[in-house]
Write a protein that binds this ligand. Structure first.
Ligand SMILES: Cc1cc2nc3c(=O)[nH]c(=O)nc-3n(C[C@H](O)[C@H](O)[C@H](O)COP(=O)(O)OP(=O)(O)OC[C@H]3O[C@@H](n4cnc5c(N)ncnc54)[C@H](O)[C@@H]3O)c2cc1C
Length: 488
């Protein structure tokens, strides 16, 4: 029996002691940033800082017989960066620039570096130099992408005559399933080079990447409002006039006849190196949030405000690399809900590819389809891509027009299925035109759509087994496709 004093002391000790967490509280959950629809439980979340630590994780996982998944900034939306109950690596602490050869324009950086730091580092190193190097392309719409995530999805920007990122990659180093470092380039381990770029982390842990930079240039933005019917011709003319970048941001007002039919066509032409860089008008984060709020509530007004803003920037001048940086609000969905209320929702992106001459016809059919499905498009754009004849799982099988849709998706089974249905219907419009779609944004496509757009997918999975026979590197995206295709 405790005395009163002993009882008080014991009770106080219990109050001070750290509470023992329940099994449920100890669980580690991760999710993608943009759609917030890929919540996944992982066994451990590790943040290695060196290549040796990456190798040690592979050795340790092999001893324990555990799968590894690897994530960057978590912007993929099909579960590519997480595997349920795996050891999940967060690569973002590997973020140093290793070397920069200013003679050749080659820069080697660790895989977790994000674009703003990479750009800042090479600009600092070249301060005051007359001739400078810069990146050729990065994604638009956000900057917080790692080099590893970008390489593993083989991303693209808004170049008018560019291939996907693989064309800018000189080499990379990967820690393979045996924990060994392998350098991959066009001259050495070429098959692995072609597989891992656009290979969604299934062939090993990439530790560093050497990118080939291009000469930095000054550019002038030229903006006009045009109709989708004229788009293929206008793109061709801009390319012939030596414009380097450009896109067409279409009206998302489904109540108007302009829906997907009229848009802001902005292109960038090189200017003399002595001209000043002057871009007085820029959108702040608050301006972006205002535009987004309008796109949720009044899409006619949103398009008007957006096109007025863009037209007012006609003639502004930029640097070719920093012009590709763009604002992104990772908590946009919560902010919008706080302001306008409504059910939990977010945006899912899709990107569909069609031969360029088919663009007007595709957009007209897509408008009809999205209207009849009552799908809300918050934002959409058209860009160009040149054929990728290098990566194994190439999405740019031809020189395509890329059509991007950001769909408002309610977080209910019916809401998610409604978006999935629209995504599948959009792919159905692309397939008969020998088009395709991007694998990074979702895994809603039907098996026959996957086989039509990626006939090499099964061989891709066979080669995954060749390089990683014990299936060390996994993701829920991979497990899904392995099962789906094994059953066929
Ligand atoms: C708002 C927004 C805008 C976008 N705009 C574009 C665009 O303009 N163009 C475009 O092409 N894409 C675009 N995307 C898609 C995006 O570029 C890709 O999803 C990209 O992979 C995200 O990079 P991340 O760092 O977030 O990678 P994550 O999503 O974390 O990972 C992506 C893939 O890379 C793998 N990976 C990550 N690190 C490593 C590593 N060290 N070794 C091996 N594999 C690794 C992961 O396993 C996963 O399979 C956009 C996405 C969003 C949300």
């Amino acid at each position: 029996m405790l005395t009163r004093r002993e009882f008080i002391r014991t009770a106080a000790l219990f109050a001070l002691a750290p509470r023992i967490l329940t099994a449920r509280e100890r669980e580690i959950w991760v999710n993608d940033v943009h759609s917030q629809l890929n919540r996944t439980r992982v066994r451990e979340l590790l943040k290695p800082r060196t290549r040796d630590e990456l190798a040690e994780i592979v050795h340790s996982a092999s001893r324990k017989g555990l799968p590894i998944s690897v994530s960057g900034c978590r912007h993929s939306m099909g579960g590519q960066q997480f595997a349920t109950d795996s050891i999940c690596i967060d690569a973002r602490s590997l973020d140093r620039v290793i070397s920069f050869d200013q003679e050749s324009g080659l820069i080697e950086a660790e895989v977790g570096i994000r674009w703003p730091k990479l750009i800042r580092t090479y600009l600092d190193a070249q301060a005051g130099k007359a001739k400078q190097w810069g990146i050729a392309q990065k994604q638009t719409g956000a900057d917080t992408f790692t080099l590893g995530g970008s390489l593993s999805s083989n991303v693209h920007g808004r170049g008018l005559a560019m291939k996907p990122l693989i064309s800018d990659v000189e080499s990379f180093t990967l820690v393979n399933a045996d924990g060994k470092s392998v350098r991959c380039s066009r001259d050495g381990n070429n098959e692995l080079f072609r597989l891992a770029i656009g290979g969604y982390g299934l062939f090993g842990l990439i530790s560093s990447v050497t990118l080939r930079l291009v000469p930095r240039q000054k550019l002038r933005r030229v903006v006009e409002i045009i109709r989708a019917d004229d788009l293929p011709k206008r793109f061709e003319e801009r390319i012939a006039e030596k414009f380097l970048y450009g896109d067409f941001q279409f009206s998302v007002d489904e109540k108007s006849s302009e829906f997907l039919q009229r848009g802001v066509f902005s292109c960038y032409e090189p200017i003399d190196e002595h001209e000043p860089v002057v871009a007085k008008k820029e959108l702040s984060d608050d301006d972006w949030l205002d535009l987004l709020r309008l796109a949720y509530t009044d899409r006619g007004k949103a398009f008007k405000r957006y096109s007025d803003y863009y037209l007012s920037t006609n003639g502004q001048t930029y640097w070719s690399d920093t012009n590709q940086l763009s604002a992104y609000l990772p908590n946009y969905a919560q902010k919008i809900r706080d302001e306008i209320g409504g059910q939990e929702s977010s945006l899912i992106i899709t990107e569909v590819y069609v031969p360029r001459p088919d663009l007007p016809n595709f957009l007209a059919q897509a408008a009809e389809l999205l209207r009849s499905n009552r799908t809300i498009v918050i934002y959409g754009t058209v860009r160009l891509i040149e054929k990728d004849d290098e990566s194994f799982l190439a999405w740019a099988k031809e020189s395509y027009a890329c059509v991007i849709f950001n769909l408002l998706t309610l977080h209910t089974p019916a809401g998610i299925e409604a978006s999935a249905r629209s995504f599948r219907s959009l792919i159905d419009l692309a397939v008969p035109r020998s088009g395709s779609y991007y694998l990074t944004y979702h895994k809603f496509a039907k098996p026959e759509q996957i086989m039509a757009c990626y006939p090499q997918f099964k061989q891709f999975l066979d080669l995954k087994t060749k390089y990683d026979p014990s299936d060390r590197f996994q993701s829920d995206w991979y497990r899904y496709y392995r099962k789906l295709l094994a059953s066929r």
